[in-house]
Design a binder for this molecule. Structure first.
Ligand code: SF4
Ligand code: SF4
Length: 367
């Protein structure tokens, strides 16, 4: 039997991975420096050296369902120290992107959203749909008098339409995760079960909340604080949005400026803006340390940034009675769609895939 029959290399995959990551995969001499310098790599069967040989061999299935690519936090230490300039950190980042596309359901949507040439349509779809709903409900009239956004897009229709979209997103996500989990088990079968599923789930949750692993980076330690600010800012805003929906039904809405929930929302926006500005600034000014930035990275950072900025403007416009308040509100709604409804197919989805892989690793005792 030929070795190629056993290994089954995927040549297209090798070419695509080299192109996306900008890494000269064939230059890897398997010295193992990357695994030695990586502070997150387990002693048993460490990464990323083994993945680099798999990448050179084009073992697509093995790599896309490899739990270890999700244990990496893209600090770039391995890329800095690799004597052959093979950029394992960037290779892992591209692999995670390919992994989303591979597991996302429906697949055509993931493929569509991943192409820069589709960007105008990606924005046009929510624009047309939201315009259609508002036209159907209020005739697209700009309401006169005091600025109250629900006069333009009533809360009931807004909450129902967006809740349906979010539920569809969650439904698609569950299918994706089921397939992803199946491959994690296939690629790294448990030698022993270390924890219960529930315990693994909470351990993973605790690790993500503390960002403990992020803090281990040598070369790129700004990412710890920036990621922490973005993470907690986003989570807080999700809670605030949830509370706003509840308030519409049971309490008074809109909230006053000094309402504690409003204050929490504003602090979260500041946290997100500082964290995102740091990430964007570092990506623009320190390309070597930040790694290869792709369309996938930029669309995530920019859409989230614009979402926060328009959110702040929507609030100021209401208190200050701006003429274009409703127009800004509309742009904000389109951005909410781009960030939340497209979540599983964009870099945002990494939260869910990483959490799943981390829970699985805790389950099988891979530390
Ligand atoms: S990627 Fe670089 S550091 Fe890692 S094994 Fe290959 S040559 Fe060595
Ligand atoms: S980028 Fe950092 S965490 Fe990821 S494999 Fe390299 S050294 Fe390890």
């Amino acid at each position: 039997m030929e070795i190629v029959d056993i290994i089954k290399p995927d040549i297209d995959f090798i070419e695509k991975l080299s192109k996306d990551s900008g890494a000269p995969l064939k230059q890897c001499m398997q010295c193992g420096t990357c695994s030695v310098v990586c502070k997150l790599s387990p002693e048993d069967n460490p990464f990323p050296r083994k993945e680099m040989i798999w990448a050179g061999w084009g073992l697509k299935e093995k790599l896309l369902g490899d739990p270890d690519i999700w244990l990496c936090h893209q600090c770039g230490d391995c890329t800095t120290y690799c004597p052959r300039g093979v950029k394992p950190g960037d290779v892992f980042s591209s692999l995670r992107f390919m992994s989303y596309l591979h597991y996302s359901k429906p697949k055509f949507l993931a493929a569509f959203l991943s192409k820069i040439q589709n960007l105008p349509f990606i924005i046009l779809i929510p624009t047309i749909i939201i315009l259609g709903i508002i036209y159907f409900v209020t005739g697209l009239e700009i309401p006169p008098g005091e600025i109250i956004y629900s006069k333009f897009f009533p809360h009931k229709q807004l909450n129902i339409s967006f809740s349906i979209l979010v539920l569809l997103t969650i439904f698609g996500m569950m299918f994706s995760i089921r397939n992803f989990l199946k491959d994690l088990k296939k690629n790294m079968p448990p030698k022993k079960i270390k924890n219960t599923v529930l315990k693994s789930f909470f351990e993973a949750f605790k690790e993500i909340l503390s960002h403990r692993k992020f803090n281990k980076c040598d070369n790129n330690n700004y990412r710890y604080s920036a990621h922490l600010m973005v993470f907690y800012g986003f989570i807080t805003l999700l809670f605030v949005t949830f509370f706003a929906i509840i308030s519409v039904i049971f309490f008074q809405y809109p909230l006053t400026f000094f309402n504690p929930i409003k204050i929490a929302g504003n602090l979260a926006a500041v946290s997100l803006l500082i964290g995102l500005s740091t990430m964007i600034f570092k990506r623009l000014t320190n390309i070597e340390l930040s790694g290869n930035s792709t369309y996938f990275d930029w669309i995530f950072l920019i859409s989230l940034y614009l979402l926060v900025i328009t959110g702040v403007l929507v609030e100021i416009a209401r208190f200050d009675s701006w003429k274009f308040a409703y127009h800004i509100y509309f742009v904000h709604l389109v951005l909410v769609w781009v960030v939340i409804v497209y979540l599983p197919y964009t870099k945002f989805g990494h939260m869910i895939y990483r959490f799943t892989a981390l829970t699985y690793c805790k389950f099988i005792g891979r530390e």
